[in-house]
Write a protein that binds this ligand. Structure first.
Ligand code: MN
Length: 484
């Protein structure tokens, strides 16, 4: 789906690249033993190293290295056998070291790919440029005191993976799909929890525009956007702003901007710094990181099934459409629920109940699928009851609502409430006769050729049977009675 902005000077396309900072799942920080638990009291999880005490030496946390390699493999990327930690020098009140330990020329992970699943069922590939490891800074808090700023260093030193995409995206929708897919991969891998509200995944969004076919123009970087929706809104605003400037004969300066989610705009933060401004140099306290083939092979042998592989399997094994399979694998908990529910039942029907009624009920009740009131096994049972004509699709909706409320099994509900479908032709005939006898004029109209009224009779008779008549038998019976 193309996203083109029409201007006086012709069509404009938007070019988007994303830099995602993903917090590594690890009990302790990248170079110190301090805890990474979220939500602790300020400055209670700070080692001497994290607050820049002199003489402290960093010790690499091998769990974080393992997580980065695993993520690299999950992104179909090159794992660099040798990488180097550098100091990225800058001053900030919440950075007591005076530099960030990062990787510059030699990152731990090189080029890879992410496949986007778009709404129309098509896919598209986005290149990964690199993934490097670095430490997070502390957090400045400006809203805790009327005249003072507070600094919390709990986050200082926590391991981040900075995942840089190529400028391969061409619409806000593609950027949204990229973030969702990346988040799904990280969650499947259990290398980052992907929780954007808590800041464990945040995106820097690079946006430029150009007339199709032109070389890349100047980009602006929108910093630290913390939801998929905000990323999409920021791109939309920023692209339109660039077009407006160019159309008016102006130029775009490379700069760093902030997204204002209340106004849905971006505003300048600072003129863009360049790599050389940071005076990167290899951290003299850290040796280059060298990985053996055996180490990488061992991690590769222990990878979970990732969303793309699971999607392909759902299509092949269960005969689902690419769209349905994509929806079901988007969260690994949903995929697991579906696989438990489908065991021995009609896959397409189970998929429909999960994606339709169950998703709806979860949303309505504000629950997560891991705490679904309806068990996977009961979805399977419900589907069987419809399939073997015990209940109609219509009654199944009511049964499902009771399942959501009570968590009970569908067969038990059907039994207790007497909802079994009536397939006894004699019983259905009696109902049909009664409805026709009560509406003689309408019956004559049908006999006179007014076919549309047939549906009305079906509806009345179904109502009279309390929704329990088998629809096929009921339909045939009404036709037979009225039209012979
Ligand atoms: Mn970074």
């Amino acid at each position: 789906m193309s996203y083109i902005i029409q201007g006086e000077t012709g069509p404009w396309e938007v070019v988007i690249g994303l830099e995602v900072h993903a917090q590594v799942i690890s009990k302790s920080k990248l170079f110190s033993g301090a805890s990474t638990t979220f939500g602790a009291d300020a400055n209670t999880q700070v080692a001497f190293l994290d607050c820049g005490m002199p003489g402290m030496l960093p010790v690499i946390n091998t769990v974080c290295i393992r997580q980065a390699v695993k993520t690299g493999l999950g992104l179909n990327a090159i794992i660099n056998r040798r990488s180097v930690f550098d100091r990225k020098n800058y001053f900030y009140a919440d950075l007591p070291l005076g530099y960030q330990i990062s990787q510059f020329a030699y990152p731990i992970v090189g080029e890879g790919t992410v496949i986007l699943d778009l709404k129309d069922g098509t896919s598209r590939e986005v290149g990964i440029e690199r993934l490097h490891l670095e430490i997070d800074a502390g957090k400045s808090q400006h809203d805790q005191h009327p005249t003072k700023s507070m600094i919390d260093l709990n986050r200082a030193g926590v391991a981040l993976m900075e995942i840089v995409s190529k400028p391969d995206m061409r619409s806000p929708e593609e950027a949204g799909a990229y973030l969702k897919k990346l988040r799904a991969i990280l969650r499947y891998l259990e290398t980052c929890d992907g929780n954007m509200e808590e800041g464990s995944m945040r995106a820097d969004v690079n946006v430029s525009v150009r007339h199709p076919g032109e070389p890349l123009r100047t980009r602006c970087e929108i910093k630290n956007v913390n939801s998929v929706r905000f990323v999409m809104q920021a791109i939309e605003y920023e692209a339109a702003r660039h077009v407006e400037v160019y159309e008016a004969g102006g130029i775009i300066e490379q700069e760093t901007r902030l997204f204002d989610s209340a106004k849905v705009t971006t505003r300048p933060m600072r003129s863009k710094e360049f790599a050389h401004d940071y005076r990167y140099f290899p951290d003299p306290d850290l040796l280059p990181l060298e990985l053996t083939e055996a180490y990488i092979a061992e991690i590769a042998s222990d990878m979970p099934e990732l969303p793309d592989a699971k999607k392909a399997r759902f299509i092949g094994e269960y005969g689902l459409s690419p769209y349905d399979a994509g929806v079901l694998v988007a969260e690994k908990e949903t995929a697991a629920f579906f696989e438990q529910a489908v065991e021995g039942h009609d896959a397409k029907m189970v998929a429909n109940w999960v994606m339709g009624d169950l998703f709806g009920a979860l949303k309505r009740t504000g629950r997560d699928i891991t705490d679904s009131p309806v068990s996977p096994a009961n979805i399977g049972k419900l589907v069987d009851l419809i399939k073997d004509d015990t209940i109609s699709g219509r009654i199944a909706k009511d049964v499902f609502e009771i399942m959501v409320e009570t968590g009970e099994a569908p067969d038990k509900i059907v039994e207790e409430k007497g909802l079994k479908q009536v397939t006894d032709t004699g019983a259905i005939e009696a109902v049909v006769d009664q409805v026709i006898a009560a509406n003689p004029e309408k019956a004559d109209e049908v006999r006179g050729g007014k076919d549309k009224l047939l549906g009305w009779f079906v509806g009345q008779a179904m109502k009279a049977s309390q929704g329990k008549a088998n629809p096929g038998i009921l339909n045939a019976m009404i036709k037979k009675k009225l039209l012979g």
